[in-house]
Design a protein around this ligand. Sequence first.
Ligand code: ADP
Ligand code: MG
Length: 280
Amino acid sequence: RPAVPRPAATRIFVVANQKGGVGKTTSTVNVAAALAQLGQRVLVIDLDPQGNASTALGIEHRRGTPSTYDALVDGVPLEEVVAVSEDLPNLFVVPATIDLAGAEIELVSVVARENRLKKAITGHPLVGSAEDIGEDRFDYVIVDCPPSLGLLTLNALVAGDEMLIPIQAEYYALEGLGQLLETVEMVKAHLNPGLDVSTILITMYDARTRLAAGVAEEVREHFGPQVLRTAIPRSVRVSEAPSYGQTVMTYDPGSPGALSYLEAAREIATKGRATTGASA
Ligand code: ADP
Ligand code: MG
C-alpha cells in the first residue's frame, strides 16, 4: 500500500458523539491503525474509563497502569504514560483505566480543569511541526471520547484541532447531533476558536437496506463535504477483532471493513489541513 504524505504538523483529532455505540472507539482504533499502515506516526489517547480503545489495541489497562488519568489529574508528562502497540511499531497508545471514571469529579476542583488534556498533549515533545521536531514527530493524535458531554469530552474539545464525528447509519442517526454541535459552538466561542468539525464518518452502513441509504443521504445533505465518501460497512469481522486485542486492520486486512477504514484514512490524510499546514 502506497504511503500518504505526512502533514506539516501534528493533527489532533477528537472522536466524539455523546451517543453510545455509534462507532467512536471502533473508528478511533481502525483509522489510527490504517494511518499507521499508511506510514504515519499515530498516538491514540483513550479518554473513556471503559478502556475499549486500549483493549482493541491490545494494551494493558489494569488499574495502576500508567494512563490518561495520571496525565489529566496528576499532571504526569504524557510521554511517561505512552505505550507502544504490539501490531504496528508506529502506533502509540495512552491507555485508560477505570480510575478515569473518577476524573470527571476530581477535575472539578482543579485549576483550568478544561485545559488539562490540551496541556498534556501540547507538552509532549513529539507533538508539533516537522520544522521543530523532525522525523520523530507524531502526525496524528486521535482522542477517543466517552459517550457523554462531560468534563472529559470538554477537555478533548479544547485540545483538538479537528473533530471526527461517527454517525451510525440507522433510524435515529441525527438525533442528539444538535446538542453535540451546540456544545462545539460553545467551545469555539469561549475555549477553542480553531476547533473544526472537519470529518463525518458514516458507520455500520448496511448497503442492502433503503433505510441506511436514506440516512446516509440525509447526513450528506446536512453536512456536505465534511462527510467522507467512504462509509464503513457493518461487518462481523470489525466487531470480532477487539476480542483478539487487534484492530480489523491486522485481524483481517482483506475484509471489507478493513479496506473501508483504509480508504477513510486515506481520505483524511489527503484532505483538509494535511495540505494546508498547521493550525493556529
Ligand atoms: P462507541 O465507542 O461509539 O460506543 P463502538 O465503537 O464501541 O461504539 O461500537 C459499538 C458496537 O458496535 C461494538 O460492539 C462494535 O464492535 C460494533 N461495531 C462498530 N462498528 C461496526 C461495524 N462496522 N460492523 C459491525 N459492528 C460494528
Ligand atoms: Mg467507545
